[in-house]
Design a protein around this ligand. Structure first.
Ligand SMILES: [Zn+2]
Length: 295
């Protein structure tokens, strides 16, 4: 954070604020359009025009709802859908591609970020819900700071499409804080069959592979619908054989290699090759796991 005059503090009127502007504590804005229906610039905020597409960091204060903890706030990052002229006293703006950064972050933590103290101090005097809005490179710096102390997380799922979607949203965001995964991933009891897997593990391993198959070394054969190189995250010791859902047991493979690891004449040869090639992998023993029909 360079200087305070890089910060904008926008007060958000309480009236006419529809959901999802008031998500519950721990709420999730992923993929939401985030509307600020009534914006008032704080008296001493910087005045300028932020062009469409500007990356914006938002922190909103919890203080109104029973299930919210005073002093905590939600953080998110998104992009402006239209130009935002901050000179006007009133206005509205829409954020798109919103990513929730953490369930909640305290004012104290936010204030510990260099350069925010003076602005946050002013914010405390407002009784209405408000948002701290930071744009551009400072927004990215803010995101990094938040994620250093509050690594992004996503709920585990047995649904493969959801797993990929959630993992893609975490791509490039958790490399510095390896996820712990799950040593004993449960089988799904819901509609989707299979194991409940961590999107964080998938995202971390995809980032590690960086678009190159960790077995054959070829570039991913195509891009997925989010524009990421398509690789599949494979458990080197199969989950069905008691392997853990952790980054030390997961490799990103091209579809051919993934098939080979399951259906070739000697899958164990490929398993050992992967372990020797990828430094982070460990050789987990096979073990009995409970049958899914037992409980
Ligand atoms: Zn391959």
């Amino acid at each position: 954070m360079a200087e305070n005059d890089q910060l904008l503090l926008l007060k958000i009127g309480e009236k006419d604020c529809p959901e999802p502007f008031y998500p519950n504590s721990g709420g999730d804005w992923e993929g939401e359009e985030f509307r600020f229906p009534s914006i008032q610039r704080m008296p001493d905020a910087t005045t300028r025009v932020l062009p469409q597409g500007t990356t914006v960091f938002v922190w909103t204060h919890h203080n109104r709802r029973k299930n919210e903890t005073p002093g905590q706030g939600l953080t998110a990052i998104g992009h402006l859908s239209d130009d935002l002229d901050t000179k006007g006293a009133e206005g509205s703006v829409r954020l798109i591609d919103v990513q929730t950064l953490s369930p909640a972050i305290s004012l104290k933590t936010l204030k510990s970020f260099k350069g925010t103290n003076a602005v946050i101090h002013k914010a405390r005097n407002y009784t209405l819900r408000h948002a701290l809005v930071v744009d551009g490179d400072d927004a990215k710096a803010f995101r990094d700071l938040v994620e250093t102390t509050h690594p992004p997380r996503a709920e585990a799922t047995a649904d493969y499409e959801r797993l990929r979607e959630r993992a893609n949203r975490l791509r490039g965001r958790i490399g510095g804080t390896p996820p712990s995964g799950n040593a004993t991933p449960p089988r799904s009891t819901g509609a989707a069959s299979g194991f409940v897997r961590s999107p964080e593990v998938v995202a971390y391993v995809q980032d590690r592979a960086n678009g190159v198959c960790e077995l054959c070394g070829d570039t991913a054969p195509f891009l997925d619908k989010d524009g990421f190189p398509f690789l599949e995250v494979h458990h080197v010791r199969f989950l069905a054989h008691g392997g853990p859902d952790v980054i030390q047991n997961a490799a990103a493979l091209c579809p051919n290699c993934h098939r080979a690891c399951h259906h070739s004449a000697d899958p164990d040869l490929l398993r050992r090759r992967l372990i020797s090639q990828v430094g982070e992998l460990e050789d987990f023993p096979a073990r009995e796991i409970a049958c899914e029909h037992e409980s």
